[in-house]
Design a protein around this ligand. Structure first.
Ligand SMILES: NC(=O)c1ccc[n+]([C@@H]2O[C@H](COP(=O)([O-])OP(=O)(O)OC[C@H]3O[C@@H](n4cnc5c(N)ncnc54)[C@H](OP(=O)(O)O)[C@@H]3O)[C@@H](O)[C@H]2O)c1
Length: 199
């Protein structure tokens, strides 16, 4: 059975986007950490994205996240060094929406727009993911829908050490009950936290 994982970055105060859906605080972040302990170099040089993405077999997000990706295709491609016009080529991507939305007409893009609940869509995601995992890309409302349905296994949270003051929350509903399983500090000052959700 694939794991259903919410892999996401959030500000110190728990926002995944600023109030206008901006992600500059994340994509243009240029911090570094040189304080106590840094000289011993216990920190990872980079984040876990590539290893995580390798294990992804299907993706799901809300429409605002998808529309952000469409608006910033070039930037996302560059950041992920994917070198193609669609950053998730070869992996099926479900967009939850009550509207009709355009899908990218580029090689490798497999985007399916559906009006469905987490419970309704999860079996299809699991079938598509096969031996791999399901990536809940965001946002907080979609993550909360999967968590509330008991369908979210893990939160992989990259904490970016900046304060936004306002924005789009990590979870739209109450924080699920979770157990901390791994902590990885990164040289740029971010910290990756991996939690398992209690069932
Ligand atoms: N920091 C990060 O790592 C990260 C990760 C992901 C996203 N983000 C950012 O977070 C922001 C968006 O987050 P968000 O929470 O506001 O929005 P979102 O979850 O991406 O989209 C919410 C919208 O999706 C549709 N939707 C959600 N669940 C649905 C369901 N079960 N059935 C049908 N439609 C459904 C609804 O719109 P309609 O029905 O009107 O389409 C809803 O308003 C974006 O700026 C995105 O770029 C950041």
């Amino acid at each position: 059975m694939p794991l259903t994982q919410y892999y996401v970055a959030a500000s110190l105060d728990g926002y995944i986007a600023d109030p206008d859906d901006g992600l500059d605080w994340l994509t243009r972040y240029e911090g570094s950490y040189e304080g106590p302990g840094a000289a011993d170099d216990p920190m990872a040089a980079g984040g876990s994205y590539e290893a995580f993405y390798e294990r992804v077999g299907a993706l799901v997000s809300g429409s605002a996240t998808y529309e952000w990706i469409l608006r910033h295709l070039g930037e996302v491609d560059e950041a992920l060094e994917s070198g193609v016009a669609w950053p998730y080529a070869g992996k099926p991507y479900w967009v939850l929406s009550s509207r009709e939305l355009p899908v990218p007409e580029v090689e490798g893009a497999d985007v399916r727009v559906v009006d469905a609940s987490a419970e309704e869509i999860h079996p299809e995601l699991a079938r598509a993911a096969g031996e791999r995992n399901i990536w809940v890309v965001g946002g907080g409302g979609v993550a909360s829908q999967f968590a509330a349905a008991g369908l979210l296994d893990e939160l992989h949270l990259t904490v970016v050490p900046v304060v936004l003051g306002a924005g789009k929350p990590l979870f739209a509903g109450p924080l699920p009950v979770m157990r901390l399983r791994a902590v990885t500090p990164i040289r740029n000052g971010m910290v990756e936290l991996r939690y398992e959700l209690a069932r």
